[in-house]
Design a protein around this ligand. Structure first.
Ligand SMILES: Cc1ncc(COP(=O)(O)O)c(C=O)c1O
Length: 370
């Protein structure tokens, strides 16, 4: 790709310096926080950090107490948004062990994101090691039951310079947040708003990578969805404004009356790891799966005729969310009577059972930390 960075990890390999927090959260306080963690507001005691500078390459890999960064006001990330991130989870098995789900896929996507954003690509083994070391030291923070530990690796441009160019310095870090079951009482169908005013990304843009800027640009559309009484926004393609692409933070699938599945092709959307896993599980079960363009008009027509049986969104946070209702400036329509469909629920169970170690992992997707 011609990215001018030293991508070797020879300096650090798997040598993370582990410095346990001097005053971690007391057990009783942690238990209280874990009783009802919600999503993304509670954090564990530690963070993993690796630094990059053009002279030294990747260096100073460590795990230490979670703390603020000290950033110069001219740090590049604050001006030109050179930032990328990932999201994955650690799941507690019934036997007390801990699983990561496809961390290698997150590491690869993170590297692709770095290359697209002209950032120093983090070696994939270092990404995985950082995640594992954090899970190990903060193991006590992993909720039981249907909860999990959400892991947020990210990288920011840290060069102190106002010129518009790729930064020469970066900070990579991983933080962790215990999360409860996304849906209390089982997955409830979501309603989605079709954004006809705002688009998310165009082919050749940054839609295929996980950079913060994509999400900043999606917030106005998501706010519009909430104003319209919907849970989530769904974006159409940026050229013709007809083809369904993805939600603000999830990919989308359609289920037809012949039993087949369809999902929008890659190009301007995020290549979701849940999307990829669902395609693999469905194909293995003999279900035809197509990656094809689907217009909003066809969606409306197929929902009315009964050709479309179900639609669902998917991603790491919620796994699979059935879509019950679609709202737009041109009217609303519902899918499968607004109820959760059996295909979405069946796939969800298959995936969740693998993640929590209740079903055999025949794909090599699980990495046991303990
Ligand atoms: C825009 C977008 N699409 C799709 C996804 C689903 O990706 P994954 O299944 O890897 O979590 C996410 C979540 O990361 C996302 O932010």
């Amino acid at each position: 790709m011609g990215v001018p960075f030293d991508t070797t990890d020879g300096a650090i390999g798997s040598k993370f310096d582990i410095r346990p927090a001097a005053s971690p959260t007391p057990q009783a306080e942690r238990a209280e926080k874990l009783a009802n963690p919600g999503f993304g507001r509670i954090f564990t005691d530690h963070m993993a950090v690796v630094r990059y500078s053009q002279g030294k390459g990747w260096h100073d890999a460590h795990v230490a107490a979670r703390t603020n960064f000290s950033l110069d006001p001219a740090a590049a990330v604050l001006h030109y948004a050179q930032e990328i991130f990932e999201g994955l989870k650690a799941y507690k098995r019934d036997d007390g062990g801990v699983n990561l789900f496809r961390p290698d896929a997150n590491a690869r996507r993170f590297r692709n994101s770095a290359e697209r954003m002209a950032m120093a690509p983090l070696p994939e083994p270092v990404f995985i090691e950082a995640v594992e070391q954090l899970v190990k030291i903060d193991r006590a923070w992993i909720p039981g039951g249907e909860g999990s530990l959400y892991l947020r690796p990210f990288m920011i441009a840290n060069e102190v310079f106002l010129g518009v160019k790729p930064s020469a310095d970066y900070i990579f870090a991983v933080i962790a947040s215990p999360v409860g079951s996304y849906f209390k009482g089982g997955p409830a169908p979501v309603s989605i708003w079709v954004s006809e005013t705002y688009t998310r990304a165009a082919v050749g843009g940054t839609g295929e990578v996980k950079c913060g800027g994509n999400y900043a640009a999606s917030l106005r559309a998501q706010a519009e969805a909430i104003d319209r009484g919907c849970d989530q926004v769904v974006f159409l393609d940026a050229v013709e404004r007809r083809y369904v692409e993805e939600l603000g933070g999830m990919n989308i699938f359609f289920v037809f009356d012949d039993g087949s599945l369809m999902t929008p092709p890659l190009g301007a959307i995020l290549p979701g790891i849940t999307r990829d896993s669902i395609m693999a599980l469905a194909r293995e079960a003999g279900t035809p799966v197509r990656e094809a363009h689907y217009t909003i008009d066809q969606w409306r027509t197929d929902a009315a005729s009964g050709k479309l049986k179900e639609a669902f969104a998917c991603g790491t946070a919620a796994v699979i969310s059935p879509i019950g209702k679609v709202c737009s400036a041109h009217g609303d329509f519902s899918i499968s009577g607004g109820a959760a469909g059996p295909v979405a629920m069946g796939l969800r169970k298959k995936l969740v059972d693998i993640q929590y170690g209740r079903a055999t992992d025949t794909h090599g997707w699980i990495k046991q930390v303990f």
